[in-house]
Design a protein around this ligand. Structure first.
Ligand code: PLP
Length: 406
């Protein structure tokens, strides 16, 4: 498909919304992305003419919902290039995927003195579950330090790897810095010590093609809502050999094969990790989101967003005293920045008056703020439906706001 941003924008109804009488400039894609019509239609179809629970009924609607639900699993398998559909676990999102691994793998295999490695740019979702695990088993959390561009210091990572390291969990693309981590290099280095690696793909998956087999990662977690799909649904990919050895994360219906008061045996993969009624509509609509991305094409997305990144860097760096936080060489189109006289929250409120939606705060990465010695940043995070004209609107709005705080 040839890439025409004007046509693409028509697929996203929210982009037609006016904010304070101005056209919306939606630059909060790292928090959540907008949804195309096809995703909305899939949700509507399920709730209007297709409502039924999955895996339990023999009636028509239940069988159809189950077929669509499982078709979605196959779609995810192909989309991230997993070997088997049984390696695709539906979750509530990235956070739940990471908790599932910390619980199911960590509590079973880690013990006192073991070390878990994360990086200094992790989202709180990829810090707190490991801290809790360390508290429980007597493990130690080690952190790969960052340099002032917002890259991990790879040599320090290599130094931290040792026989004590029992797990590595690292973000692919940082939500607050935009850094694209060299995950293949990280995975290869960890695997030399037979250490499993989880990739937090929450941001990466909307910006670039994912191939879990090519990267060799052991686990990969993402959320549908950051991928133009619905909220409340996500995916954990895990290698079958590891998932098979792990404990269930939650328990109840669907994750069992048999239950007596004396003993329960667990279901096979992937159901062992999907206790209770899943987000059926969400899973089906996720498939529509994946189809939409395939139609647009990752090659187009990467090239177009790179253009936006270069343009945004140029325009923002021309604003006097604006400091971009996160200047890694490999970056996604995420601009975090600070201004000397305006607190990010004030800036966020002021640009909102011009219809510009940015996010302000610590972006659930407080250690990143500490590293850069700042309380917060303003963040404009772009997607393939954004334009250079919108970047100009943001820049104009920032300059206007700066005049109020000379
Ligand atoms: N990891 C990263 C890098 C993120 O950006 C986010 C959300 O912003 C998460 C994890 C958590 O995702 P969710 O809230 O969808 O579980």
């Amino acid at each position: 498909m040839s890439f025409n941003v004007k046509d693409i924008r028509k697929d996203f109804p929210t982009l037609a919304v006016k904010i304070h009488g101005q056209p919306l400039v939606y630059f909060d894609n790292a928090a959540t992305t907008l949804k195309p019509e096809s995703v909305l239609r899939a949700l509507e179809q399920y709730y209007t003419t297709g409502t039924s629970n999955v895996h339990r009924g023999v009636h028509y609607l239940s069988e159809r919902a189950t077929a669509n639900f499982e078709k979605s699993r196959d779609k995810v398998r192909d989309f991230i290039h997993a070997a088997k559909s049984t390696e695709i676990i539906f979750t509530r999102g990235t956070t739940e995927g990471i908790n599932l691994v910390a619980h199911g793998y960590g509590r079973k295999f880690l013990k006192k003195g073991d070390e878990i490695l994360i990086s200094g740019m992790e989202h709180h979702s990829n810090i707190v579950p490991w801290q809790i695990l360390c508290d429980e088993v007597g493990g130690n959390l080690k952190v790969i330090p960052l340099n002032d561009d917002g890259d991990i210091i790879f040599e320090e990572f290599e130094k931290l790897l040792s026989k004590k390291t029992k797990f590595v969990s690292i973000v692919y693309i940082s939500n607050s810095l935009g850094t694209i981590n060299p995950i293949k290099k990280v995975i290869d280095a960890a695997h030399q010590f037979n250490i499993p690696v989880l990739i937090d793909g929450a941001q990466a998956i909307s910006h670039q093609k994912i191939d879990v087999q090519e990267s060799g990662c052991d686990f990969f977690a993402f959320s549908a809502h950051k991928l133009f799909g619905p909220t409340g649904v996500g995916v954990l990919y895990g290698k079958a050999e590891l998932l098979n050895q792990m404990n269930p994360y939650q328990s109840g219906g669907d994750m069992i094969s048999s239950v007596t008061f004396e003993k329960t045996t667990y279901n096979i993969l992937p159901y062992k990790f999907e206790a209770g009624t899943p987000n059926v509509a969400g899973v089906i609509a996720l498939s529509a989101a994946l189809e939409y991305i395939e139609k647009v094409g990752y090659d187009n997305i990467v090239a177009y967003e790179h253009d936006l990144l270069e343009y945004g860097n140029k325009v923002l760096s021309e604003i006097p005293n604006l400091r971009i936080i996160g200047t890694a060489r490999e970056k996604a189109a995420i601009f975090s920045f600070v201004l000397p006289n305006i607190h990010p929250h004030d800036l966020g409120t002021l640009v909102d008056e011009d219809g510009v939606a940015i996010r302000t705060g610590h972006h659930c990465t407080q250690p990143v703020m500490k590293h850069f010695n700042i309380p917060a940043t303003s963040r404009a995070s772009l997607a393939f439906y954004n334009t250079k004209e919108e970047i100009d609107i943001l820049a104009k709005s920032i300059i206007k706001a700066m005049k109020l705080f000379p």
